[in-house]
Design a protein around this ligand. Structure first.
Ligand SMILES: CC(C)(COP(=O)(O)OP(=O)(O)OC[C@H]1O[C@@H](n2cnc3c(N)ncnc32)[C@H](O)[C@@H]1OP(=O)(O)O)[C@@H](O)C(=O)NCCC(=O)NCCS
Length: 146
């Protein structure tokens, strides 16, 4: 089940974050503030075991009419079952309902998530070879909603 995140989910979201990204993670307090900043575009997927299967955060920035997919993560044991795609579809529906014109994200060129994003209609609009520092490239992808 995909639903809006709550304050009581923060520890479980952080558990997903550590499962997925290891040591290179957003800190737990970031997620608390993300709720205040982007609470209506911060979704979680409930797992069958009481933990969370994943989360996605959509974030507004300085450009009017543009939102970013800030982070998408599904824990390793829950992958390949459509959860990542469903989280993205839930987020995109919420963004579309707000009348936002464009959704952007960055992704490593070798990440299999590129296929997920392409299948949802995102196109590559740029490539930055040193986005997160020396030799840490990212594709910039965009979905035009209207
Ligand atoms: C990317 C991620 C969120 C996908 O989550 P998921 O729940 O496994 O994805 P889904 O099962 O919804 O699959 C969505 C699409 O991903 C692709 N995909 C899924 N499993 C795949 C696999 N084993 N190999 C290649 N592509 C795969 C397919 O295109 C699939 O679409 P389809 O089922 O219509 O063919 C997850 O792998 C993850 O958390 N990865 C680490 C964090 C990350 O890289 N996040 C994105 C940063 S930009």
């Amino acid at each position: 089940m995909m639903r809006i995140a709550r304050v009581s989910d923060i520890a479980a979201v952080f558990a997903v974050e550590r499962d997925v990204f290891g040591a290179h993670v957003y800190p737990d307090f970031f997620f608390r503030q993300a709720l205040d900043l982007w609470g209506d575009t911060f979704f979680v997927a409930d797992g069958v075991d009481g933990a969370l299967d994943g989360y996605v955060i959509g974030a507004s920035g300085h450009e009017p009419g543009v939102m970013w997919v800030l982070s998408l993560a599904v824990r390793g044991s829950s992958r390949g079952r459509g959860i990542g795609k469903a989280l993205m579809q839930t987020l995109l529906a919420a963004i579309q309902a707000r009348g936002i014109a464009s959704v952007k994200l960055t992704v490593h060129p070798d990440n299999r998530a590129v296929t997920l994003y392409r299948n949802l209609g995102f196109e590559v609009v740029g490539e930055e070879p040193h986005y997160f520092g020396e030799k840490d490239p990212r594709l910039v992808m965009e979905l035009r909603l209207r």
